[in-house]
Design a protein around this ligand. Structure first.
Ligand SMILES: C[S@@+](CC[C@H](N)C(=O)[O-])C[C@H]1O[C@@H](n2cnc3c(N)ncnc32)[C@H](O)[C@@H]1O
Length: 277
């Protein structure tokens, strides 16, 4: 069985189920926050790629629950910024605005689609589009829209996952379900290779920056919550699957690795593109 990853860019599913609230995203963020091997905080690193300066107007496209702005933000950057948080999901915009309130001078939340940004041309100095272009039905349109709303001399930071991202996790699930789960990777929908080509068509200068990281997971229950939070199982589980026995087997294997090695290892493949207009 080789299912098609239609859920990646189905806006109705994304807005009304997967990202209706922050819950699914938060279950995944928890795994990265607790078990990442790179001591550098990802959000701080990727925000740093923007070389943000005081007084700038910033746009975060597909802002999710606003983690980019709530993690150590006030320590790393000047507060006198104008930040617009945009997402397809109203629930995400509300959460992002509430967690960012008080951290920047001017803050607004906008519920909109990245393919039709409701802003005039050249409105922003910096745009962030992290882990979201693989959800957009036409990344080409979203990239053109981002380019349009940026100042000349402005900077886009766009993060994506490569095909090896979380490979050990999906290999294990595939093994348990007897499925080929290569299509689980967001890189199949829109990965660094495709992004590099499309970004270079639009932007004057594009550089690619890998974030060297992996996971050493020591909690099988939290890792199972991660699995359940994803799009992946949705279209792939044969209807007769006994999820409870899959869960038991999954946790037993992960716990054996934890007992033997001290952790269950998962590689990551994450890159940030820095694009200048
Ligand atoms: C994986 S989350 C990433 C959130 C955040 N950027 C981060 O790095 O934590 C993807 C976000 O993109 C949003 N999204 C998906 N399709 C979108 C679209 N067409 N336009 C705007 N936002 C979209 C989702 O609602 C979700 O909040």
């Amino acid at each position: 069985m080789s299912p098609q990853p239609t859920f990646w860019s189905n806006p109705i599913y994304l807005r009304t189920e997967q990202y209706r609230t922050e819950d699914n995203l938060a279950d995944r963020q928890r795994i990265h926050e607790l078990f990442s091997t790179n001591p550098q905080n990802w959000m701080v690193w990727v925000l740093g790629m923007g070389r943000v300066q005081a007084g700038q107007k910033l746009l975060d496209v597909g802002c999710g629950n606003g983690r980019l702005w709530s993690q150590n933000f006030s320590v790393k950057h000047p507060a006198e910024l104008d930040v617009t948080l945009l997402d397809l999901s109203r629930g995400m915009v509300e959460t992002a605005v509430s967690t960012t309130t008080g951290r920047v001078a001017h803050l607004s939340g906008v519920e909109a689609d990245a393919m039709a940004l409701p802003f005039p041309a050249e409105a922003f100095d910096r745009v962030f589009a992290n882990h979201m272009l693989y959800h957009v039905p036409s990344p080409t349109r979203a990239i053109a829209e981002i380019w349009r709303v940026m100042h000349f001399g402005g900077r886009l930071v766009a993060a994506l996952n490569g095909p090896a991202h979380m490979r050990e996790l999906w290999n294990l699930i595939g093994q348990l379900l007897n499925l080929r789960l290569a299509t689980v990777s967001s890189a199949v929908a829109f990965g660094p290779l495709a992004a590099s080509a499309k970004l270079r068509v639009q932007f004057k200068r594009v550089t690619k920056h890998p974030f060297d990281d992996s996971l050493r997971v020591t909690d099988a229950d939290l890792l199972w919550k991660y699995v359940l939070s994803t799009n992946a199982l949705r279209e792939m589980l044969p209807p007769e699957t006994d999820l409870h026995s899959v869960e038991e087997e999954f946790k037993a294997i992960v716990n054996r690795a934890i007992q033997k090695d001290g952790y269950f290892f998962i590689q990551k493949e994450v890159v940030a593109f820095v694009c200048e207009k």
